[in-house]
Design a protein around this ligand. Structure first.
Ligand code: GLU
Length: 447
């Protein structure tokens, strides 16, 4: 396999899908050497098959807003690869949603899900619907309309969607209700459900908790066996993932000194308190997508209008917002400020130039597909509980989540340790995820 040849073919075929091309390029360039040691992969054209989704559904979603106006959006589900289990991955509701974004997310999801050790394939979906400023009734009507199309393509052993940006517990509840009404089935077809109807304890916290567990593993693996206690952490975003990460960081004695939103960053010199972490949920629930009110509520913090969280000096940076949120100049700023670990929690949160700068400076850097895998891992645990019709205690789920994050870290070390001892977590995560999927594809023939 020659990455350059495959990339130029994909560029010619999908010239406008820049996020998808970026995600494929990152994976292919890090697996190329290993791939070329396996002529059986090349013979079965594993890469050519893997970069193309199994199928994509796209559908019209029409609903009526509170003023009686008819609104139309586009809904999608990309079923990317089911070699190791049912398609699994979130639904994103955001105006930027388009085939390129969903294909990049679905592609990443294949490897992430493989890393979790659980039997889940990769998929992603969503809509260009913008939840910002919408009433609860509008969100419900949209979710119901979306599900009237999606329901025929999903199933507990076929495809199991979940939340992502713009889709949280509330939306999953509305989607699940409509699925049930249409299908007359009560199986586990969505994860991230409420606790009263088949959800799992710890699922809301899982992405953030898992990310912090992964950071702890990175620190424990360092020759100085660093403790997270007292470390300054800058987090971007203020949604579910930033909340979970801040909660766990606080519990472990770290200081979350920054969070951010589309309107700017919040600097919290003494670190977030429990009250501040709890307030993130309240702020998010307003649906306004602004973080500035945080500084009004907590005068000991400061709002930095139009700034990113990376201007605040920190030991550890955890991007928790969107793809490509951390640019090369941000990475350079972090390096100049003395940051020594960057754990990408958002999917493809760092631009290629940023990753290159961090790796060149030998900063510990781990990619989203490893760091944020705790969310989908916990979804996998929700599927297991659903299939068995039981529910595990929070302790039980948390222990399993912790063990999964440790095993992902081990896989990264196995495949990503370089000659000088530097751990290339990007390479490690990509190769570990890829090997599992490639072997599963190979054993199941040309299909
Ligand atoms: N959207 C999350 C992710 O990017 C969770 C997906 C899931 O739970 O299926 O992995």
């Amino acid at each position: 396999m020659k990455t350059a040849v495959i990339m130029s073919r994909l560029q010619a075929k999908y010239p406008l899908e820049k996020e998808y091309l970026q995600a494929v390029q990152e994976v292919l360039s890090s697996i190329e050497d290993v791939y070329n040691q396996h002529p059986e992969f090349e013979k079965a054209k594993i890469i050519e098959r893997l970069v193309e989704p199994d199928r994509t559904y796209s559908f019209r979603v029409t609903w009526v807003d509170d003023s009686g106006e008819v609104q139309t959006n586009t809904g999608y589900r990309v079923q990317f690869n089911n070699a190791i289990g049912p398609y699994k991955g979130g639904l994103r509701f955001h105006p930027s949603v388009c085939p390129s974004i969903l294909k990049f997310l679905g592609f990443e999801q294949i490897f992430k899900n493989a890393l979790t050790t659980l039997p889940m394939g990769g998929g992603k979906g969503g809509s260009d619907f913008d939840p910002k400023g919408k009433s609860e009734a509008e969100i419900m009507r949209f979710c119901q309309a979306f599900m009237t199309e999606l329901w025929r393509h999903i199933g507990p052993d076929v495809d199991v969607p979940a939340g992502d940006v713009g889709v949280g517990g509330k939306e999953i509840g509305f989607l699940n209700g409509m699925y049930k009404k249409l299908s007359h089935q009560n199986h586990c077809v969505l994860t991230g459900k409420g606790l009263t109807f088949g959800g799992s304890l710890i699922r809301p916290e899982a992405t953030g908790f898992g990310a912090v567990y992964f950071v702890q593993e990175m620190l424990a693996n360092h020759k100085d066996k660093i403790s997270i206690k007292g470390k300054k952490i800058a987090v971007s975003g203020f949604g579910n993932v930033a909340w979970g990460a801040s909660l766990k960081a606080l519990e472990l004695g770290a200081k979350v000194v920054a969070i951010s939103g589309p309107d700017g960053a919040i600097h919290i010199p003494n670190g977030m308190t429990k009250e501040m972490v709890d307030y993130l949920l309240e702020l998010r629930a307003t649906n306004n997508d602004v973080v500035a009110p945080f500084a009004e509520k907590f005068p000991e913090s400061e709002f930095l209008a139009g700034k990113k969280a990376w201007v605040v000096p920190c030991d550890i940076a955890m991007p928790c917002a969107y793809q490509n949120e951390l640019a090369q100049e941000d990475a350079e700023q972090l390096i100049a400020n003395g940051t020594w670990l960057v754990a990408e929690v958002s999917n493809m949160g760092c631009r290629p130039g940023a990753i290159e700068a961090l790796q060149k400076a030998k900063i510990m850097f781990a990619p989203g597909k490893a760091v944020n895998a705790g969310g989908v891992a916990c979804s996998g645990l929700e599927m297991s509980q659903g299939a068995m019709h039981i529910s595990w205690s929070a302790k039980e789920v948390d222990e399993r989540l912790h063990a999964i994050m440790e095993s992902i870290h081990r896989a990264c070390i196995k495949y990503g340790t370089e000659e000088d001892g530097y751990i290339n977590y990007v390479k490690g995560a990509n190769i570990a995820g890829f090997m599992k999927v490639a072997e599963a594809m190979l054993e199941q023939g040309i299909i």
